[in-house]
Design a protein. Structure first.
Length: 202
């Protein structure tokens, strides 16, 4: 299977937080299981000096740059999602994993929803904590116009993905309590350490 992982955080590339740890391990496990894995690292804040495609063992890492022209037109939040779609259109992926934060898969799921592209690609969104959850956890409010855009993009990504995976039932309940629409195929799987039969196909 050709599997893509889209993330702004990945082990060995600057920051490595919870999302980076989870997706680094997922990429390793899928590659070890014989899948063709491509990690699309979205350099939102232009912190990686290199560009292009790199090989990291059994996987490829594609550095996705976000052009200033897109940022000027769509803000950095919207530009990131469009840059991701432009890059993924160059590949024929069977499955693509996104995380919810920043809504980087929004343009892709919308293109599929309206029949523009990605008809044969399955999109999986990993629930790690959207902006609203982060703001509530820190006791802060939406104080920038991009906050509202990011919130709506995260909501659209989660709602229209083919599958949603949450590491805990707590986060699912949090979203349901706030009237988020979740995909019919929504399951709880703790952050992976090995590949089980239930998710061996992506």
């Amino acid at each position: 299977m050709k599997i893509g992982i889209v993330t702004f955080d990945f082990g060995g590339l600057k920051k490595r937080g919870g999302i980076g740890t989870a997706y680094s391990r997922l990429a390793e496990i899928l590659a070890e299981s014989g899948h063709e894995v491509t990690v699309f690292y979205v350099d939102i804040h232009n912190r990686v000096s290199g560009r292009g495609i790199y090989s990291n063992g059994a996987m490829r890492i594609v550095i996705v740059k976000v052009p200033k022209s897109l940022i000027n037109l769509h803000t950095w939040v919207g530009a990131g999602s469009i840059a991701v779609m432009d890059e993924l259109l160059k590949y024929k992926m069977d499955w693509v994993h996104f995380h919810d934060h920043y809504g980087l898969g929004w343009a892709c799921v919308m293109a599929k929803r309206f029949g523009v592209s990605f008809e044969r690609t399955k999109f999986v969104v990993g629930l790690h904590g959207p902006l609203n959850w982060v703001k509530e956890a820190h006791g802060t409010s939406h104080d920038q116009s991009t906050d509202y855009l990011q919130n709506r993009m995260e909501y659209g990504l989660v709602s229209y993905a083919d599958y949603a995976v949450s590491p805990s039932r707590y986060l699912l309940n949090y979203l349901k309590d706030r009237s988020w629409v979740l995909p019919k195929q929504t399951i709880v799987i703790p952050n992976v350490n090995k590949l089980g039969s239930r998710n061996a196909d992506g």
